[in-house]
Design a protein around this ligand. Sequence first.
Ligand code: S3P
Length: 447
Amino acid sequence: MKKTIKPSRKIGGTISLPGDKSIAHRAALLSILSSGPIVAHNYPAGDDCLTSIAVAREFGVAIEHAGTSVTFTPPEKRTLKGNAAIYCGNSGTSARLLAGIIAGSGLSATITGDDSLSRRPMKRVAEPLIRMGAEITDTDGHLPLRIHGHRLLPFEYRMPVASAQVKSALLLAGVASGCSVRILEDSVTRDHTEIMLGAAGEGISVRDIKPVPTPDPHDPRKTRMVMPETFKREITLASRARIVGGEIDIPGDISTAAFFFAAAAISGGTVTVTNCGLNPTRLGILEHLKAINCKVTIENKTIVSGEARGSVTVTGGPLKARKISGDRTVDLIDEIPVVAVMAALAEGTTLIRDASELRAKESDRIAAIAENLNRMGVKCGLLEDGLAIEGAKELAGADLAAFGDHRIAMAFAVAALAAVGPSTLDTPEIVSVSCPNFFDLLGQVSA
Ligand code: S3P
């Protein structure tokens, strides 16, 4: 049922959020390959993360809930029903990581998903797994994906697309099969799999390539900083790598926090998110908020289960435009919808480039953003690989569409708070994919 969202000029407050979706998926899915139990604290109740629990159960993992803690106890022997079909709902992370687990475990299964997931590209994960030795048949590059696992071969791969899901699938295939994997990343993507393999297992190492001072060929008295390699990060999984289990404490999801920080940004208010995940590969949104003229402060920073977290406070100011392209786009991959909403209220024109990946998310996010911004009276042009958004003085209340995408729904619910006049959102319930209590939390920060 449609939801009416009234403007609110008084944004402020302190909230804590459900656990990070990416980390939660990995806790559930790594348990399939673990020799001992994994206990995940602050496990979120979003549909996607519940899908990964259901996937683990298919492999015989016993699941026990106690409040927001979930204990995953793997069976003695990893099995699946013959030719099992495993349904991954809307969850790209579950589907792609699962492909690696099945391929490396020598099992056979078919991965399926809902309409949106069935439109998302799967060749990017099938191709390298086939090169490792798995038999995989896709359906025109999409789900259903039929997988016959085998003992896989040691593998080296330079990532053609910046994707943490594909990287993780290959690492998990390596763990499951006991073969070494070396991955080279041209753009560093989120590294929760690497961190969890280190915290709940062994056999993974990560090397960051840093620029080194090198004599300038034109003037030997000078030095230049030069990258010794053409890639930025090397991840090596040893053939003896294994997961033994342990306790994982999941920090609040910074990608969900982004919506509440944006609410502060566009209203000049102040929002604090306690226990917010601060993994260095996820900080693009905080850098962006600073660059567009918000004040960002971090307190009580600690590292638990290898993952940084702390209390983050954002205060909005008069916003300014900022170009987003290259690695900046990768660092903001899940936050672009709400970055676009902030751009709509910034001074100047914001260009978002190198963002074609957004066409293959839960919706075509480029088209969805442009459509909703246009409905709110903002001039927004489609570029070949992104968007050009002309900042406006105000947004008009409008009938907004979620396009079956939780992040589009949440981004435009925030935009509606800053509009002149009420707005409606067609399918507000879609927020349950990542944050079922989103509207309660939004109510807590908007008077
Ligand atoms: C995710 C990786 C990203 C991100 C998604 C979660 C993950 O996807 O957009 O929301 O948990 O690994 P890609 O790997 O497709 O970039």
